[in-house]
Ligand binder design. Structure first.
Ligand SMILES: [Fe+2]
Length: 295
């Protein structure tokens, strides 16, 4: 059981246990599992080192869905990735949701699990999508309190993902980089760095992604996400609908040079291509991943 152990600064909620993140195994390169690619994955077993599954799709699972999960688990390392934990909700977590998540983690025994730095629920209402938080100490405290609550039931190491956002909430007391740093330091969580989200936010909010990386504790980056999106009127839309474009490959190369990443996941969700196209991207990612001496 992880407790709130100390107060680092005025009002800071600290639940950190950093050792778990440091010793995670290296998994390699994989795909965000989508049902339509099930047979392709079994036919091309060696094209991925592991899979990320959307945890929510396996809660309250039917017999058929459970069989699918068992078959996947027998053949691949599965990382559960959540959509609706809503760590940023000031009202606290939905205990039934945490319980379902804990059940799945117990079943799969993964090296880590992941969620977003966001809220999806407010005042008991499900907003239905990942909403950014103001970059304030109060928001860091809410996140840490909720993370501590989840850790009581899920002791497996947690990594948190940076989201893409169009709107910046008012009330920012720090930059996004400082916000994430403080969150990782106080919660003990690792970072799931979505490189596409970093690229899109840096384009849309006009900042240098390398300078953003300078602000982060890079030794806490555990996993990456990458995929392509749409260009629309000079803005980058995070649609997960195209192949990874050159500037994102370049940013991935920089991140891999600077961080000891344990795994990276291609996260395609729209405009699904035939599997060989994904396989090409996966093998390019593998070249990059293996080309870094520290991996
Ligand atoms: Fe992502």
């Amino acid at each position: 059981v992880v407790e709130v152990v100390a107060a680092a600064g005025e009002g800071d909620v600290v639940v950190a246990d950093h050792s778990a993140i440091k010793n995670l195994p290296t998994l390699g390169v994989g795909l965000g599992y989508r049902e339509r690619y099930r047979s392709d994955l079994f036919l091309n077993r060696s094209s991925v080192d592991f899979l990320e599954i959307t945890a929510d799709h396996f809660f309250d699972a039917t017999g058929e869905k459970l069989e699918e999960l068992e078959l996947l688990a027998e053949n691949f390392v599965l990382i559960p990735h959540g959509l609706s934990m809503s760590f940023g909700s000031a009202e606290g977590l939905d205990s039934a949701y945490v319980e379902k998540f804990a059940g799945l983690v117990e079943k799969l025994n993964p090296p880590w699990w992941s969620e977003h730095i966001a809220f999806t629920r407010a005042g008991g209402v499900d907003i239905g999508h990942l909403t950014p938080l103001p970059f304030s100490s109060e928001a860091v405290d809410v996140l840490c309190r909720n993370i501590a609550e989840a850790k009581k039931q899920i002791s497996t190491p947690l990594i948190l993902e940076n989201i893409s956002f169009n709107l910046r909430f008012p009330g920012a007391e720090m930059t996004e980089g400082q916000f994430i740093t403080r969150l990782l330091e106080n919660s003990g969580a690792g970072l799931l760095l979505d490189v596409t989200n970093l690229y899109g936010n840096s384009r849309n909010h006009r900042y240098d992604p390398s300078e953003f990386l300078d602000e982060l504790p890079l030794d806490r980056v555990v996993q990456l996400h990458f995929v392509g999106g749409l260009e629309q009127e000079g803005r980058f839309i995070d649609s997960h609908s195209t192949e990874t474009p050159e500037p994102i490959w370049q940013l991935l190369a920089e991140v891999l040079q600077r961080c000891q990443v344990k795994g990276m996941i291609l996260e395609r969700d729209e405009n699904f291509p035939p599997y060989p196209e994904l396989r090409r991207e996966l093998s390019r990612a593998r070249q990059l991943f293996k080309g870094v001496p520290s991996q």
